[in-house]
Design a protein around this ligand. Structure first.
Ligand SMILES: Cc1cc2nc3c(=O)[nH]c(=O)nc-3n(C[C@H](O)[C@H](O)[C@H](O)COP(=O)(O)O)c2cc1C
Length: 259
């Protein structure tokens, strides 16, 4: 039988496997945005993941809530702060939010096994992403924030976006025509990038690298934020106009997912 997860995967970061017993139960622990562990430990059985596999995501209409992901490895850094302000704008409008730092979630990049063609969710890798898929599916609103690393999004954000490949349906033509099972569900997103330098050129592909895949997946990008000239950890707090704009974006997102 194919192993349920890579046993060589060593616990690292904040999301880790704590064991697997005879009932094939996988236990996960993941901190929430404030670093507290969700209910002390969040458990997800392989069975519940199978239930998700059996459901057609096309028919699972998302709830009016917002899920935010920060792609920075720097805890409490600029991306985390920008994300928090965007989510503050959502909560001000009485919509629920949840957020995670991708660097706290143990997952691998897509291995291109194409098992998702048949299974309709990623089954080639059973890792932290298996925990994140239900959160993405359930939330109508999505916020992605990444610092610029070498003119692009961070490796965490890139790997996260690649793992959303499992939401595509392809036909058998070459090149294959495709559609997204997340499309036509009113999904909306806000994206933000932050970098040290002062020009759009120095931010490189950061915004494009989030916008284009999200649009392909069926999200409408309702707002974007580019933040320049910030290097120091939490230095963005000094840019009051950025904090205000971030909160406004969150507020707009809330209004649109509520419609
Ligand atoms: C590996 C690495 C590569 C970076 N590459 C760029 C870059 O190409 N352009 C730029 O303007 N800033 C670059 N920066 C600076 C960060 O984008 C900047 O410090 C940002 O504020 C970090 O945000 P954070 O606190 O959310 O991690 C780089 C930083 C690191 C660590």
């Amino acid at each position: 039988m194919k192993p349920l997860y890579d046993r060589s995967l060593k616990p690292s970061g904040k999301l880790f496997f704590t064991g697997i017993n005879a009932q094939r139960r996988v236990k996960w622990t993941i901190p929430d945005s404030r670093g507290h562990k969700e209910n002390n430990s969040t458990e997800m059985t392989v069975n519940s993941f199978k239930i998700l596999m059996q459901q057609d995501v096309k028919n699972l209409f998302p709830e009016s809530k917002v899920m935010g992901f920060s792609g920075s490895p720097r805890k409490g850094g600029n991306s985390d702060i920008i994300l928090q302000h965007i989510l503050n704008g959502v909560t001000e409008n009485q919509f629920p939010t949840d957020s995670l730092r991708l660097a706290d979630c143990q997952y691998q990049p897509c291995i291109g096994c194409e098992r998702c063609r048949k299974d309709k969710i990623c089954t080639g890798l059973m890792d932290g992403m298996s925990f994140l898929y239900p959160k993405i599916i359930n939330a109508k609103g999505l916020v992605l924030v990444s610092p610029t690393h070498n003119y692009n999004i961070t490796a965490w954000m890139k790997a996260f976006i690649d793992r959303l490949y499992c939401f595509y349906d392809f036909n058998n033509n070459r090149p294959r025509g495709w559609s997204s099972r997340l499309a036509d569900q009113g999904r909306k997103a806000v994206i933000a990038g932050v970098c040290e330098q002062k020009s759009k050129e120095d931010m490189g592909f950061t915004l494009d690298a989030m916008r284009r895949p999200l649009e392909a997946l069926g999200y409408e990008i309702i707002g974007e934020l580019t933040v320049f000239g910030v290097f120091d950890k939490a230095g963005v707090k000094k840019q009051s106009h950025t904090m205000i704009k971030a909160t406004e974006l969150g507020s707009n997102l809330a209004k649109l997912i509520g419609n």
